[in-house]
Write a protein of this length. Structure first.
Lengths: 236, 236
């Protein structure tokens, strides 16, 4: 990172980007570049904010700088300010190398988004080792309190999903009930009973059957559904 | 404020305390002490956070220091970080008097709560002029971006209310449908049609009629209702 930019040394942003691949929920992680100090660890894309930079602006910049992602609809999630959140032994070495004041308390504002993985292929920045999608059920120990930041973002995503069905736009424009169930299961992280799920979905009156069926499948083709017209406010 | 405490000069908290008086929604405001500089203005209770102090801790401290309020269930709301949020002309004089670095950008983490006004009587700190409940429909121009902070908190409160009926605990344990409608109207800031409101409430199955009626009223006493047993998770 260039040293000429003035940063707010105790304010950062971190982004929790959830990616849906049609089946499962993943989170975008950055793997540190191996500089031979045993620092090969994973973390969320995040960075200190620049002087004079807005918070949303910083979150978008970070996502572009670290993973080459653009046009992600980020939503502010939660601000983490535990005075000791960066003082864990496991993070000490990294801070000593990368920060001017490794002891200084850092408050971080987290952001989250839910995207269709096929549309967002991350490329690591030159100073990051890797930018990768990690299955939500398989997240290792991350830097700082990033595991907690992911948990809070997942909770908010789930709550938002229950309330306003964000995420339906990640499905094809016509989809099977199985595909819809997979989206629900991926986001809620719960296995759902097929019959109960279908009853609930019918009750909600958000989708409707089309005259079409799946094509090119080996099994009996399933009916295709779509979001009802007028339900286009979904996702807000 | 004592000068001996080290503060984070670019991090603050601000509290939006909504108070319900049985009829209307109010917001707790602090009126600056008149120090003869034309600085008599109103603002939210808030302050810079201390070094080594957590965010929740800071919000609780500020509320106690400025308005003598304790045990308010604060919820983190939103973080405001516009680089120019404290650079408005109207705030300049105040900053010059009260801040070491009046030009410095301040990011503020806002908190909100909804309380029964009768239980929380604010007393101003010695360095505040007044701590007062102001009707939400009658809020003057506040310091910095505090009007925006109130708006965002109101929006979150309304959304949370729709979703999980927080606030029902502000009613007496047995209440009339009129009282419940007043609570709804105060929080949503909308006038509701009595018949439609009653239909909606019945549909939601959250309350039930008791055998009791109002006592000591001049008009025809109304039926008393209560929250159904098992709905006690309300407010989370």
């Amino acid at each position: 990172m260039p040293n000429s930019i003035e940063v707010n040394s105790n304010l950062s942003v971190d982004c929790v980007i959830f990616g849906f691949d049609g089946e499962r929920l993943n989170v975008l992680l950055i793997e540190e570049k191996d500089i031979g100090q045993g620092l090969l660890r994973k973390r969320l894309p995040g960075d200190l904010i620049h002087k004079g930079e807005g918070l949303d602006e910083a979150a978008n910049r970070v996502l572009f700088e670290l993973a080459s992602l653009k046009n992600v609809l980020l939503k502010q999630c939660h601000t983490f300010g535990d005075p000791h959140r960066v003082n864990d032994e496991k993070d000490k070495k990294w801070l000593e190398i990368y920060r001017n004041n490794p002891e200084e308390r850092v408050v971080t504002v987290s952001y989250y988004a839910l995207v269709k993985m096929a549309n967002f292929v991350p490329n690591p920045a030159s100073f990051a080792g890797e930018a990768l999608w990690q299955n939500i059920q398989d997240i290792p120990e991350l830097a700082f309190d990033h595991n907690e930041i992911v948990e809070v973002a997942l909770w908010k995503l789930q709550r938002h999903f229950e309330l306003s069905k964000i995420g339906y736009e990640l499905l094809p424009s016509k989809f099977t009930l199985n595909q819809l169930q997979q989206l629900h299961e991926a986001i809620t992280q719960e296995e759902l009973d097929k019959r109960n799920f279908r009853k609930k979905i019918v009750r909600e009156k958000i989708i409707e059957a089309t005259d079409e069926k799946q094509e090119g499948v080996l099994h009996k083709p399933a009916r295709l559904y779509r979001i009802k017209p007028g339900q286009s406010a979904l996702g807000n």
